[in-house]
Ligand binder design. Structure first.
Ligand SMILES: Cc1cc2nc3c(=O)[nH]c(=O)nc-3n(C[C@H](O)[C@H](O)[C@H](O)COP(=O)(O)OP(=O)(O)OC[C@H]3O[C@@H](n4cnc5c(N)ncnc54)[C@H](O)[C@@H]3O)c2cc1C
Length: 391
């Protein structure tokens, strides 16, 4: 799909952009961040051109766990402002996009009472270094009480609840019988994140006649006349001059900067994979909830219903953005292992995988922080250098 305010075919949009030759703001990257920036500028009447080298929302924005979460995990990092913002955005999306964003009942199975009580604050202070210890009921309770204070949107979102083994197994009989408690709270899911992204893009394209978005167009370098772009459909190259260039190319930010002659090392993305299973027994075992839990390696993982199938994820592995991200067989083994961790009586076969996907998280470069503890906060870096090289 291509979006352009021009009443024309996508390639006519490219021809029109070439003819104009300049815009006030050039956005590189049509993931959710580039698209949201595009809409924001368009709604303020700013001339803007967005270029995306593939399909819109085909990078990290197509590889998510399909959650619009309130950032409960960030509590552990002490990132309270981020939790507050995430919750506000989640609650806002539940209201303005209820056709995509739905409340998601989320249950955490818990196997101990006091575990992690002393190591969790220590991990916060040491940025996730050290051996992970299981998060026990006491720690999770403290987290959820705090989360309720951020999350409830004036009482619309239900408070969390805590159940003992008997009630937990009555609600979710296939859970590991060793479970001691379950904690349940509400977050939100989005089954079609790409559709939401396209709606946001279209909203921007329709808001201002000077707003244009082109896919299959890649920023490949700099020329004296501006940023050099390649149209992948015609293989033609052209330049666009801009007052401001926004590099919103997510995990590929440094590679795009390099192509534009700026050597940066902002990013240190990690790969995350998922599988989608056609598995009616597992689907039923979830009781329609997200099962959100800590695997034996300390990673927070999830199993939840997605369009009559079951989504299982995810991994967090340092990765090179120059290489395509793929879900490996070792990751599939990891997913089967985590399913057995909570639903030990349910067998899963590779033939039941209908879909697997992987993506790179656009995380900041972080030398010795454990991947799960690298901040998920946003960051804007300004470069005052002129975009054009001297003639
Ligand atoms: C495994 C995983 C699970 C996640 N789960 C969740 C979740 O459940 N909920 C949640 O909210 N978030 C989740 N995230 C995070 C979320 O997906 C990202 O924060 C978000 O999608 C980032 O969007 P972006 O626009 O910055 O990057 P991207 O979506 O990657 O967009 C960047 C775009 O730039 C394009 N591009 C790159 N170089 C160029 C160039 N030179 N010229 C033109 N275009 C270029 C790429 O093709 C790409 O489309 C998850 C991420 C991953 C990887």
């Amino acid at each position: 799909m291509s979006a352009t305010a021009d009443p024309a075919t996508p390639r006519e949009g490219v021809r029109a952009a070439r003819k104009r030759g300049r815009t006030r703001v050039l956005i590189i990257g049509g993931g959710i961040n580039g698209i949201a920036t595009f809409r924001d500028l368009a709604m303020q009447g700013v001339d803007v051109l967005l270029v995306e080298r593939g399909d819109f929302a085909s990078g990290a924005s197509a590889a998510s766990s399909h959650m619009i979460h309130g950032g409960i995990r960030y509590l552990e990092n002490g990132e309270f402002r981020l939790v507050k913002e995430s919750v506000q955005e989640r609650n806002g999306l539940l209201k303005i996009a209820p056709h995509y964003v739905k409340p998601l009942q989320t249950t955490i199975p818990i196997y101990s009472t006091f575990s992690g009580l002393f190591t969790a604050p220590l991990r916060f202070l040491t940025h996730g270094k050290g051996k992970p210890r299981e998060r026990g009921a006491f720690l999770i309770k403290v987290g959820l009480v705090l989360y309720d204070t951020f999350s409830r949107d004036g009482g619309i979102v239900p408070r969390h609840s805590f159940d003992g083994r008997k009630k937990s197994l009555a609600a979710l009989p296939k859970l590991d019988p060793h479970v001691k408690y379950t904690a349940t709270y509400y977050d939100a899911s989005i089954h079609d994140p790409e559709r939401l992204a396209l709606d946001v893009l279209r909203d921007g394209a329709l808001a201002h006649p000077g707003a244009h978005a082109l896919n299959y167009v890649e920023a490949i370098g700099l020329s004296p006349a501006g940023v050099l772009l390649r149209d992948h459909e015609s293989d033609e190259e052209f330049t666009i001059d801009a007052d401001v260039v926004v590099n919103a190319s997510g995990p590929w930010t440094d590679l795009t900067n390099e192509a534009l002659g700026d050597d940066t090392s902002f990013m240190g993305g990690t790969k995350g994979s998922h599988i989608v299973l056609d598995h009616p027994e597992l689907l039923e075992a979830t009781g329609g909830r997200e099962i959100f839990f800590e695997h034996s390696d300390g990673r927070i993982v999830l199993i939840y219903p997605l369009k009559g199938r079951v989504l299982v994820g995810t991994t967090d592995i340092p990765a090179d953005p120059a290489e395509p991200a793929r879900c490996t067989e070792a990751e599939v083994d990891y997913f089967f292992d985590l399913i057995a961790h909570v639903f030990p009586s349910i067998a899963v076969e590779r033939e039941q995988i209908v879909y697997r996907y992987a993506g790179l998280r656009p995380l900041p470069h972080a030398d010795d922080t454990a991947p799960g503890f690298i901040s998920r906060d946003y960051r804007i870096e300004r470069r005052e250098t002129p975009v054009r090289p001297p003639c």
